[in-house]
Design a protein around this ligand. Sequence first.
Ligand SMILES: Nc1ncnc2c1ncn2[C@@H]1O[C@H](COP(=O)(O)OP(=O)(O)O)[C@@H](O)[C@H]1O
Ligand SMILES: [Mg+2]
Length: 232
Amino acid sequence: MQRIVVLNPKGGSGKTTIAINLASHFALRGERPVLMDFDPQGSSAHWVAKRQKTQARIHLIKAFERDPRVTRTFQLRIPEGTGRVIVDTPAAVEAHEMPELTRTADKILVPVLPSDIDIHACSRCVQNLLLVAKVRRHDNRLGIIANRVRVNTLIYGALSRFLGTLGIPIVATLRDSQNYISAAELGLGLEEMKPYNLGGDLAAWQPLLDWLEMPSARSCAPATMVPSVRLA
Ligand SMILES: Nc1ncnc2c1ncn2[C@@H]1O[C@H](COP(=O)(O)OP(=O)(O)O)[C@@H](O)[C@H]1O
Ligand SMILES: [Mg+2]
């Protein structure tokens, strides 16, 4: 089972968009994904609720909810046979919450928008992951996703240079596209949309999907452990 954590304390960077599209991708391939929503805003949960019964099944865990009738471990249990766990995290996760959140992650994805403010926030997030959460640069665990990019803009150049200096790979560059917004409104992933609409958007995911298949230095913590960040 692979655990993928999508994280960036900056709101609106694309965490939910990436989490739901990965869940849809793996569901279509019969990998029985679990989508774990830690954000009290419940955007991933809202998206799952829109899905039709006929669509590929995604098991949702509303990790942002507290159910006093059951233990936390029971609430967050992962069904047997799960192939991937995708963790969608809230905005404003603090540095001290990152070690727990990422400890059992095989892959950590940090989406970043190409704006000066977002690049600054991303740099803090990456520093905290490296220094506080002790994620090692060369473990193939940490990847950046440049999101809502308009290539050839000055700020995109700045983003690429900044990430280059950190030595952390950009594992996907996703353009700003109405397709993400339309798909999310329907409870769909991009791959579940009509193909003639999709242009290059699907192709842009392939480097990320390839990177997810690359082995990473796995944490030796038991797979049943769950991050307890932001327990609302
Ligand atoms: N590549 C993209 N192109 C167009 N809109 C996007 C893209 N990525 C995200 N969005 C939109 O931006 C908004 C914020 O994205 P979201 O995934 O909710 O961010 P986060 O979960 O980090 O707060 C949403 O309305 C989403 O549909
Ligand atoms: Mg979100």
